[in-house]
Design a binder for this molecule. Structure first.
Ligand code: TYD
Ligand code: MG
Length: 460
């Protein structure tokens, strides 16, 4: 039998294997296929039976015979980080933490390592910063540092040995792009290096029940720099982003094998020392009720993961002198805005087709929650007729093309949260009206867009 070559080619975008080089990959990307040499240990695999594998039947069991174990998670001591992780870190899991430079990856992980508790052996491996820099950061953040093991290393095999020697159960690697495997050719950050480093780290994490957070750099479009396969190998993939150039950071899960990917975690960077603190009441950040109510503003109750978020929606409707009036949506989907305008024109009889329209979700947030339909439309109506809606009014509900207002999930929780935040009037779909509602909240159940607009008459 001819000896199979251990040399092959991989697309750095999608991770597909190719037997020979080509200019374009099947994923459509150009110039992303690069040569990859398999490490000696994995080259030349022979058939499993020839290598003496037997007794496989015993490893196969009926699903009903397997008793699920409750995975014992440990808390990061940061409630917002725990929330996006699905309730804490699962031992043996591999978490990728990606974000732009300065987003706070090193800060957050150093904090978590120092605060995670006394009974978990923690280890920080950095290839990006010197021991001196790490120490200065910990001092600036006023962290308890006596329990944390630190090493500056780039060789993954050396790192694995260190992890074993210090018996670490929670490891942070900063960053994957700076790591290298001695058996793989190519500079750190290359496709082959990233893939191999990720693979050996993950294997070690699984076999030894070591939880790992692996920090990754992102490209301009926000995806992890390197092959997609890196994302596939990890259990959880988190993105940390700066919210609209503010001191707030949002963490979202792009992938989570142990929890939901719809949770949003919010952190605030303390102005004095850069400490990333969990934001306990996110609605307070996105609402500014210190100013007078202005036309074109309405508060929406968004649903993010498992909680509601009260956010102001602003709309500006002005006469257009162009044949094709401008319509701009910031924070909500542009196509959704176009659809809402069509519904307004058709079912509310408002002549908006010749108006320029701008809609903004205040605070730099983005939402795909369809329950923003009703507050967006009401904000546009308020701007169009130039009458302000009082600041203690809130709305939520999805709008159908026939002008009907549809129920959305978690109506009761949204109303409760709004009431706790001091709102006293809520326009919502009829199907979302709870049986018992706090006496301090007046609920306006609506079935159609015209009914919702009519409710505003009581507000002006
Ligand atoms: P860092 O964790 O280094 O970011 P990353 O690892 O994601 O590149 O966080 C850098 C943030 O910390 C940056 O936004 C600025 C802030 N910072 C301070 O607030 N004070 C300081 O003294 C320093 C050095 C940084
Ligand atoms: Mg860093």
């Amino acid at each position: 039998m001819a000896k199979k070559s251990s040399k092959h080619f991989i697309c750095s975008e999608c991770g597909t294997n190719h037997s020979k080089w080509a200019g374009q990959c099947d994923c459509g990307q150009w110039n992303t296929i690069v040569e990859f040499k398999e490490s000696a240990s994995r080259a030349g695999a022979v058939s499993a039976i020839a290598r003496g594998y037997s007794g496989a039947r015993e490893s196969v069991q009926k699903l009903s015979d397997i008793k699920p174990e409750e995975s014992p998670r440990f808390s990061t001591k940061n409630p917002e980080f725990d929330r996006v992780l699905g309730g804490g870190i699962v031992p043996g899991s591999v978490i990728l933490l990606a974000g732009t430079p300065g987003a706070g990856k090193s800060t957050l992980t150093t904090q978590v390592l120092c605060e995670v508790g006394d009974n978990i052996e923690c280890f920080l491996v950095s290839a990006e910063e010197s021991a001196n820099q790490i120490s200065r950061r910990a001092e600036r953040l006023a962290l308890k540092t006596d329990k944390l093991n630190v090493a500056i290393e780039t060789d993954v095999l050396a790192i694995l040995t260190m992890i074993q020697e210090v018996k670490a159960k929670f490891v942070v690697i900063d960053s994957l792009q700076a790591m290298h495997h001695p058996d793989v050719q190519g500079a750190p950050g290359g496709v082959g290096q990233l893939r191999e480093c990720m693979q050996v780290l993950t294997q070690h994490a699984k076999q030894n029940d070591v939880a790992m957070i692996i920090i990754c750099h992102t490209t301009k479009d926000g995806s992890v720099a390197g092959p997609r396969v890196v994302e596939h190998i990890g259990d959880v993939m988190l993105m940390i982003e700066v919210v609209a150039a503010s001191r707030f950071r949002e963490i979202r899960a792009a992938k989570n094998r142990f929890g939901s990917t719809s949770e949003l975690g919010l952190l605030a960077m303390m102005p004095d020392n850069g400490y990333l603190k969990a934001v306990t009441n996110p609605s307070a950040i996105f609402l500014d009720r210190s100013r007078d109510a202005k036309p074109g503003s309405m508060v929406a109750s968004l649903w993010e993961g498992s909680r509601s978020l009260l956010v102001e929606i602003q709309a500006l409707v002005i006469d257009s002198h162009q044949g094709n009036p401008r319509r701009l949506a910031v924070g909500i989907d542009q196509n959704r805005l176009n659809m809402l305008v069509a519904v307004l024109v058709r079912h509310a009889d408002l002549a908006m087709y010749d108006q320029e329209l701008y809609v903004n979700l205040v605070g730099g947030l983005r939402s795909t929650d369809p329950s923003t339909d009703l507050p967006v439309v009401l904000a546009m109506v308020s701007s169009f007729i130039n009458r302000a809606i009082p600041q203690d009014w809130v709305a939520f509900g999805e709008l159908g093309l026939s002008g009907d207002v549809r129920s959305v999930p978690s109506g009761l929780e949204r109303i409760k949260q709004a009431s706790q935040q001091g709102f006293s009037h809520c326009i919502c779909p009829k199907g979302n009206v709870p049986k018992n509602v706090s006496s301090s909240m007046k609920v306006y159940p609506v079935e159609t867009l015209s009914e919702a607009i009519a409710c505003l008459e009581q507000a002006y």
